[in-house]
Design a protein around this ligand. Structure first.
Ligand code: THU
Length: 275
């Protein structure tokens, strides 16, 4: 993955910052060895010292999601020179990610790239008591292993004339929209044009909360469970839309019948199971 792409994810995640005290939103994006991108943004506290930087939010989130090997981290903020990780983050990154590449960027195109070892010479490490760390085996044998949180990196996004969920028209089956796939993933679309219909798996980023059982307007106002219908307010806010594939032009898909608003992150594209 290119530096610029990782930096774009860091910039994008700075909008999730909670920074009312400093007014300085920061975003971080960590690239794992498997190619996943895990993001973070700074989260402040009225008790100032409890603030956690974007980099630590990203790496703690990644470790919690099961990632243990990392390649790079990008950090972005509106400052010149671009923001490099604070001392505490350098220490934490060193322990959990090792000598990764650190890309610092701002919103004007300035970038600095360094190895963590250059930012944190002569680091303090845990080698002295390594033998006492909980074994990997003990973690892997836990019966509750499936209760992990999972993070996804969108493969693209929706372009549509409709900007808010309530505005999607009832006759959306006729609606033309586009799905823009990340240019670096374009080869994954090879021979997709042979399909008449495709499934677009997406993340309903505007959805907040869920209800397990409710009257469903699309089903004669009768009560159904959330897993027995397509209601948008679901525990994981994941949507699946089967649409007509009208055109594939490089990394741009034109589709008919997509019930998603402009900017919806797309997690995956899959073919429809043949009958
Ligand atoms: N901050 C980060 O998130 N990352 C850095 O690399 C430097 C500082 C945050 C912490 C705090 O919310 C704000 O920026 C001002 O220090």
């Amino acid at each position: 993955m290119k530096e610029e792409t990782l930096l774009a994810a860091a910039r994008a995640s700075s909008v999730r910052a909670y920074a009312p005290y400093s007014g300085f939103p920061v975003g971080a994006a960590l690239l794992t060895e498997e190619g996943a991108v895990i993001t973070g943004s700074n989260t402040e506290s009225a008790s100032y010292g409890m603030t956690v930087c974007a980099e630590r939010i990203a790496i703690y989130t990644a470790v919690h999601a099961g990632h243990r090997k990392f390649k790079k981290i990008a950090v972005a903020a509106d400052s010149s020179p671009p923001p490099t990780p604070c001392g505490a983050c350098r220490q934490v990154l060193w322990e959990l990610a090792g000598n990764i590449e650190v890309i610092a960027g701002n919103f004007n195109g300035e970038i600095t790239i360094s190895k963590l070892s250059a930012l944190l010479p002569e680091p303090f490490g845990s080698s002295a008591w390594d033998k006492n760390l909980v074994s990997k085996e003990a973690v892997e044998n836990s019966a509750e292993r499936w209760r992990v949180s999972v993070s996804f990196h969108p493969v693209g996004y929706v372009v549509s004339g409709y900007k808010a969920p309530q505005t999607i028209p009832a006759n959306y089956r006729e609606l033309l929209s586009q799905v823009i796939i990340e240019p670096e993933l374009e080869q994954g679309l090879y021979r997709l044009e042979e399909e008449e219909k495709i499934n677009v798996i997406s993340y309903l980023h505007m959805a907040r909360g869920y209800s397990l059982k409710e009257k469903r307007s699309g089903r004669g106002n009768e009560v159904y469970g959330v897993f027995a219908c397509r209601a948008p307010l679901r525990p994981n806010s994941i949507a699946q839309s089967t649409v007509e594939l009208v055109d594939v032009n490089k990394n741009i898909l034109t589709v008919r019948g997509l019930d998603l608003i402009d900017g919806t992150p797309v997690l995956d594209i899959k073919t429809v199971m043949p009958r």
